[in-house]
Design a protein around this ligand. Sequence first.
Ligand code: 5AD
Ligand code: SF4
Length: 478
Amino acid sequence: MMEENKRKTAVVNENEIKKQQEYCKKTAFVISERYAQKPLACVVTYGCQQNVADSEHIKGMLDKIGYGFTENRTEAQLIIFNTCAVREHAEDRVFGNVGMLKSYKRQNPDVIIACCGCMMQQQHIADKIKKSFPFVDLVFGTHVVYRLPQLLYNALTRKKRVFELPDMDGAIAEGVPVLRDNDKKAWLPIMYGCNNFCSYCIVPYVRGRERSREAADVIAEAKALVEKGYKEITLLGQNVNSYGKDLSPAVSFSELLRSLAHLDGDFRIRFMTSHPKDCTKELIDTMAENEKIAKHLHLPFQSGNNRVLQEMNRNYDREKYLELINYAKEKMGDALSLTSDIIVGFPGETYEEFKDTLSLVEEVKFTSLFTFIYSPRKGTPAAEKPDPVSSEEKGKWFKELTDLQEKISADNMKKYKDKVFKCFVYGKGKLGDNYIAARTDGNLIIEFEGSEKLIGTFQRIKVTEPLTYVLKGEKERN
Ligand code: 5AD
Ligand code: SF4
């Protein structure tokens, strides 16, 4: 084979995956000796959907080993915290929650306590766990999740604590078991890692370099999900728009989406997250042209000011962002739902600059926003910058932004009266006992009176009354 036809991304060797299957059996034997009854595991997940997807793989492996599951930490024989490092608040919660298990572990020395995920991939955090949380038995990083059977075996059989935190670019592991939380809605990771190094963000340091799964593997998994009756498949990646650049031959994200949209069956495809620097008109056309792709674009802009965007190392400007948004609106009209992430109070941001964020929000009219006050992350360039604005002041700006969006959301909602949407009915409603809840293509929630038997199906619902956060509707008569 010629060199350029070889894949650039490392793939975990099949033998390694087989070795882990063997460890599942060995660990199953160990737990059968150690516990009188089938042991229970409690997997606590923080952070983004990628972590949720990782936890579903963790549960898949634990299920193979022979664990049952519980939400209650103090009835579990294995507690795993899958952590998030994106903001300080998330880290503080993890430390608080792990700390609370100290006496439980003292009373139940047979219990295994484990920490994994993005936080653990930072040396100073792993050191803190080593020193200040001696009752944590197992710590493993984001790159070795697939090796859990072996790591757990070691934690159960050795007298020593196990720390497995290789610093590497990361690889793709196929064939790891998965136990999904929901039987209609599935997360489907298509790529891992991030190469963007936005100056505030810890993700590229803890999740390694961008690497894509082979399109054939993604398509096979999606096909199997649809055959099992899954109705909503959300493709996951830190930056899905750069999917496939590392594959040989290269495959674009739009191509992957089209292949998935051509699969037989009644289902909907969603995806996140898109980065404006790599978002193409081709992608927007692909969304517009394929009925099975939800008309929802989550396109984080972070700041509406060009100087701040440059300092953030985002590689696009306000004008390019608005051009993409306007193109998407032109192509998808009212069907389109737009959401975004915004950071308030980036180091050195002035109030004048923040006003550019407000004006962009005013101009675009997003369905909803995910807003965050800047949180310094050790080791990132932004954390070294002077940050003169007080957190009190940033809090005021933040409130101004959320108040503005609340007003926009309420105005947006009014537009939906009498409109009919094809919706996926996902669960019980909150408006009353006989209400069930459905999600539109654009991620709006409509509640209507109906039988719980409709959960898990697509229905056409007419909006009768827009409320502040949800729409009230009724099922269209057949
Ligand atoms: N501080 C605040 N928000 C952050 N995000 C990422 N890093 C930080 C940080 N250091 C936000 C960005 C990103 C979202 C997932 O989290 O808005 O899009
Ligand atoms: Fe972080 Fe930027 Fe990568 Fe998103 S694109 S994960 S914000 S570095």
